[in-house]
Design a protein. Structure first.
Length: 258
């Protein structure tokens, strides 16, 4: 699971602006919880190498990072050792999420849910999040749109030439017009030699109505949606979703009555 990708993930995501994305999540969490978030228990699903978990921990959250990839979690633990932040990491498939008790807030960022193979798998994640969500708790996540897969990612090649690695990223849009197969080829320099490794990733996008229906089926209520990538310089400035939105930020909640 993302074994080769883990070694180069941070280098390839230097432009993600984790701190700004964390600040936006923080703004929305405070808005909906309407309470001091210091010590709020937060699960970071598909936490990867832990950069978002670290950013949220610095904002005062009690963070539990969950990821299915031991290689990703190894990188996250290295960061934890350096920062000293009290983050707990669990190696779990988010479709089988199993927490010790109820959770105040769950987040899942950077289109991680798109990596699941089907809408049924997304539904399983929603069900598990709902099961462990505190009544009145929140679930904030983002997902790539059909527009992004069809117009931005599909059938394109991206090249990344960095000091530590050269990466050729080849995409193929499948006939369903929603799924993109990604072939990543890495060339890592070691002295006068280059070592090649590969990773294959598949992402599927869904209609907004499908995601809203899945949330409702799991017992969660869709509260708001925003363009996840616009206005990050001012986290409290939120833009509506448009036809050309590439990633949607969803804010969902578990009703107090449940």
């Amino acid at each position: 699971m993302y074994t080769n990708f883990a070694a180069f993930y941070d280098a390839l995501t230097q432009n993600v602006e984790y701190e700004k994305r964390a600040a936006r999540l923080h703004f929305l969490i405070r808005k909906y919880l309407q309470t001091d978030t210091e010590g709020t228990l937060l699960t970071d699903l598909a936490c990867g190498t832990g950069t978002m978990s670290e950013a949220l921990a610095r904002l005062g959250y009690d963070v539990i990072g969950v990821d299915v990839s031991p290689a990703m979690l190894s990188a996250a633990m290295d960061k934890k050792m350096q920062s000293g932040l009290p983050i707990q990491y669990l190696c779990q498939d988010m479709r089988e999420l199993d927490m010790f008790g109820t959770i105040d807030v769950t987040v899942c960022t950077l289109d991680s849910l798109n990596h699941l193979p089907s809408l049924a798998d997304v539904q399983r994640v929603f069900d598990r999040v709902s099961l462990f969500a505190q009544p009145g708790g929140l679930f904030l996540f983002d997902m790539n749109t059909l527009y992004k897969h069809r117009e931005i990612l599909g059938d394109r090649v991206f090249l990344y030439d960095m000091e530590e690695v050269f990466c050729a990223w080849e995409n193929r849009l499948l006939s369903d017009m929603a799924t993109v197969e990604m072939q990543l080829t890495f060339f890592e320099k070691d002295g006068a030699q280059y070592f090649r490794s590969e990773e294959q990733i598949t992402e599927t996008a869904y209609a907004l109505s499908e995601i809203e229906a899945a949330l409702q089926k799991s017992g969660l209520t869709l509260l708001e949606i925003f363009d996840a990538d616009r206005g990050l310089d001012t986290p409290e400035t939120l833009f509506p979703v448009s036809e050309t939105t590439q990633r949607i930020l969803f804010v969902a909640g578990k009703p107090l009555s449940q």
